[in-house]
Design a protein around this ligand. Structure first.
Ligand code: ATP
Ligand code: SF4
Ligand code: MG
Length: 383
């Protein structure tokens, strides 16, 4: 652990390369290069967002609005994401950092305030789609929600619930619909299908309900699924089974998945790549192992140190993140994490961009400490 000794840039005479090794200057954040890892490294990009932003107006009085003082919550602020075919991309960060809003924008459940979203083999821009085109896009993208108890209609049998999207989109004959429902239930591990298809939700366990939700998403044969904390309400014993289904969908059916979760140990198990968000911005992104085993951003490092461990010897070293994530109203001058960062120095008031770090060529971090062109204060090691 080291602390930054306050000093001015001009006082720092020590060689920068001796202080910060393994750093290379990277391109600006708008041009994320394709990732290279495992078997997915050659896969085509399915979803790509550039400069994605979503701002919500804050409720204010009429007078304030009349004076032109409307303020906005910057839920998502200019992030880039790239997800390949058959890839599971994990999105993590503290509550309120904009994970769900990002998922909603990519699905076009929410209209982005700014930025572009490219989708499919042709990388068509879907950020402004409307009407029939938007309805067609919604066949290719599906969402799985957090709560399997709230997200299923209790009056429908499994068959009727899973078949409903086919009816809404007017897909197939009666027989084809039935076949697709069986196929989706089978893919999601509800086997033998005849034991589940005529049941009502109250006759199912939490894990089985979440598999039904997943089957409803899969029945349209989507290319992209946004899963928003899909296992957080499930018992640990059934969680592994549901996670396995996600992995199989990605590996065997080439479905791309945006997996949103607070649980970094779970993301390590399931994801190919991970993005860490803070106050609407992407702080660190890259191959899951690189980000979680060798975190470079002070925020990611703190998040990982805050993860509870079973080993009680490690409990003493557990870190609690000081300060709170406040709703971000308006823009921020400089680094979004600066008010809580122990390494803050004067350059942190300037905007940072994603920089390539580490040994892999798929690991990027938005922090001035990793910018070779920035003079940094001398780090003081403790202990
Ligand atoms: N419809 C809305 N109107 C106004 N503000 C909103 C709206 N939806 C989200 N926000 C704000 O946007 C920010 C990001 O919210 P979001 O739900 O995306 O966070 P999250 O990372 O998913 O949090 P959690 O982990 O708790 O689910 C929050 O400050 C939230 O209050
Ligand atoms: S840019 Fe500065 S404040 Fe932000 S994380 Fe890096 S050192 Fe901390
Ligand atoms: Mg959320």
């Amino acid at each position: 652990m080291w602390r930054v000794r306050p000093c001015t840039h001009t006082e720092n005479t020590r060689s920068r390369s001796s202080l910060f090794r393994n750093r290379r200057r990277l391109r600006p954040r708008r041009t994320l290069r394709t990732s290279r890892y495992g078997v997915r490294k050659m896969a085509k990009t399915l979803v790509k967002a550039e400069g994605l932003s979503k701002h919500f107006p804050v409720e204010t009085g009429l007078l304030e609005r009349f004076r032109g003082n409307q303020q906005y919550v910057h839920a998502v602020d200019g992030i880039d994401i790239e997800i390949k075919k058959g890839e599971i991309f994990g999105l993590a960060g503290e509550s309120g950092c904009g994970k769900t809003t990002t998922g909603h924008c990519l699905m076009r459940l929410s209209d982005p305030t700014a930025g572009e979203i490219y989708f499919g083999d042709q990388q068509r821009n879907i950020a402004q789609l409307e009407g029939t085109d938007l309805k067609k896009y919604r066949r290719d993208v599906q969402m799985v929600f957090q709560d399997p108890y709230e997200s299923i209609n209790d009056r429908f049998t499994v068959r009727k619930w899973v078949r409903e999207p086919l009816t809404i989109h007017d897909i197939g004959t009666r027989e084809e619909k039935e076949n697709r429902v069986w196929e989706a239930l089978d893919q999601c591990g509800l086997k033998p299908v005849e034991n589940f298809i005529d049941k009502y939700p109250h006759e199912l366990s939490g894990g089985q309900r979440q598999r039904v939700s997943l089957a409803r998403a899969m029945v349209l044969r989507p290319k992209f699924i946004v899963a928003d904390e899909p296992t957080s309400m499930l018992d640990v014993s059934v969680r592994a089974g549901v996670l396995r289904v996600f992995k199989e969908l990605a590996e065997e059916h080439d479905v791309s998945i945006l997996y949103i979760s607070h649980d970094l140990s779970l993301l390590r198990y399931i994801c190919d790549r991970i993005g860490i968000m803070y106050q609407g911005e992407m702080m660190e992104v890259g191959e899951a192992n690189a980000v979680l085993q060798n975190p470079k951003h002070p925020y990611t490092q703190t998040l990982l140190k805050a993860v509870p461990r079973v080993d009680s010897r490690n409990e003493r070293n557990r870190v609690r993140i000081s300060g709170e994530v406040n709703e971000r109203i308006g823009g921020i001058q400089g680094c979004a994490f600066k008010d809580r960062c122990q390494y803050r120095f004067d350059r942190c008031d300037d905007e940072s961009e994603l920089l390539e770090v580490g040994k892999t060529d798929d690991h990027e971090v938005s922090c001035h400490l990793h910018d070779e062109e920035v003079e940094k204060p001398i780090p003081v090691y403790e202990g």
